[in-house]
Design a protein around this ligand. Sequence first.
Ligand code: MG
Ligand code: MG
Length: 273
Amino acid sequence: MFADRGIEIKTPEQIDKMRVAGLLVGETLELVRTSVRAGVTTAELDAIAEDNIRSGGGVPSFKGYSDPPFPASICASVNDEVVHGIPGDRVLAEGDIISIDCGAIVDGWHGDAAITVAIGEVPDDVAALMRVTEESMWRGFAAARLGGKVGDISHAVESYVRSQGDYGILEDFTGHGIGTEMHQPPNVPNYGRRGRGPKLVRGLALAVEPMVTLGTKRTDVLDDDWTIVTTDGSWAAHYEHTFTLMPDGAWILTAIDGGEAKLAELGVPYGGR
Ligand code: MG
Ligand code: MG
């Protein structure tokens, strides 16, 4: 069923199907995380992800997406690459960071999530960038309530990042609705004002995905037509989860524990099952 502005509203049974897809994405990312180390290529990480998605009964949603078609099952974005990096023969080195974005379709329903991982030791400012970006995503979930607005999430993400230092928050890329397609209305910007935007209702599923840099919010796209890099070469982090609001609280569909532990830490009700 589609409500105002093309927003897809899922039944409880359909949300359960999104949880199946979300878990496959979450488990695939954890598998890839354990495979990240100096000496591995981003193509090897992609192969691990694709194999896990397919053996889990899913289809990689990124492969063949858009035009020119994205050629892989994960996005692998290293250092100053923010998002949409194409896996290839790049060898990860000690001190790099890599953002891995992963999407899968199971039984017609999508999951979409991303993590940033450090290879060995990274400078304190880079470690802080990763921590701040991930935490801002969780502050976004924590601000979401049935009857609230998408802007409540955007505002929470932005305010947390701004409270932590002088970071760049990408504006040209946003979170999004998700369901029978990976990208659906509404957009979920990582900046904005409380009380603005579409209403948060039962059956809405959203991907929240802050993209934060140590410098500018401005980006360029490389000649491969996909890879998004910062214009100033500053490093970037990207975290993402797909979530929904249940009557009792939030349910993070791509988190292996449904988000229960982290939401509890933030004092936020957990609504998963
Ligand atoms: Mg994603
Ligand atoms: Mg996404």
